[in-house]
Ligand binder design. Structure first.
Ligand code: HEC
Length: 187
């Protein structure tokens, strides 16, 4: 009885040790693969159904996704930046909560270049990892701009292109909160 247990243990050990696949480039045998290999086209695969061959589709022309608003000033130009400054108004009040949320967003998206107090001395610049001097946000040059212009810069980046666009990362509402926070830094 004792011996047969020992033999069983040895057999199990050998089975376990040989069960692993050493070839890391081969996934090995898959049991019940029905969930792993979907019959639907995967997002990034080519697709014979559509003329352009893409599975992922663009929204139908003339439609706007729920809860979004297209940004009308598309050019990273002086003209469009000024236009945004004239037309766009900050829809939020600078309440303590808005300022706190603006600070949190600023610390995620801006602080590494513009610095904790917005003086243009963020770590990426002082460590020489980022060569272009970020503008001080507390000087009159920025503080005298209307909110809409700063919104334009956050959305599309600076006209020269030295600061990149943040429109795809920062939600519109959060851009306005950041602007309130940037104003509070100069006080
Ligand atoms: C990767 C570094 C970097 C990040 C991140 C960054 N900026 Fe900038 N920013 C710059 C640089 C560099 C300039 C100077 C650009 C120029 O002179 O064209 C600048 C310029 C600006 C200006 C002045 C634009 C003008 O009209 O001259 C504003 C306003 C500004 N940034 C706000 C922000 C805010 C708000 C954030 C966060 C959402 C942010 N920046 C994130 C690097 C950055």
């Amino acid at each position: 009885m004792k011996n047969s247990l020992k033999i069983m243990a040895i057999v199990l050990l050998i089975a376990a040790a040989s069960a692993c696949n050493r070839d890391k480039n081969h996934p090995g045998y898959t049991f019940f693969p029905d969930m792993a290999y979907s019959t639907a086209y995967e997002t990034y695969t080519t697709n014979p159904v559509f003329a352009d061959g893409y599975t992922m589709r663009l929204p139908a022309e003339g439609t706007i996704a729920r809860g979004t608003m297209p940004y009308p000033y598309k050019a990273k130009s002086f003209e469009d930046q000024v236009k945004a400054g004239v037309v766009l108004k900050n829809p939020l009040e600078a309440t303590p909560q808005v300022l706190a949320e603006g600070k949190a967003q600023f610390e995620i998206f801006c602080v590494h270049c513009h610095g904790e107090k917005g003086k243009g001395d963020g770590h990426l610049y002082t460590s020489k990892l980022f060569p272009a001097k970020p503008t001080s946000l507390v000087e009159p040059y920025v503080q005298n701009k209307p909110d809409g212009e700063i919104y334009h810069v956050i959305t599309l980046g600076s006209i020269s292109g030295l600061m990149g666009a943040h429109g795809s990362q920062v939600l519109p509402e959060n851009r306005w909160k950041i602007i309130h926070y940037v104003r509070s830094l100069s006080k």
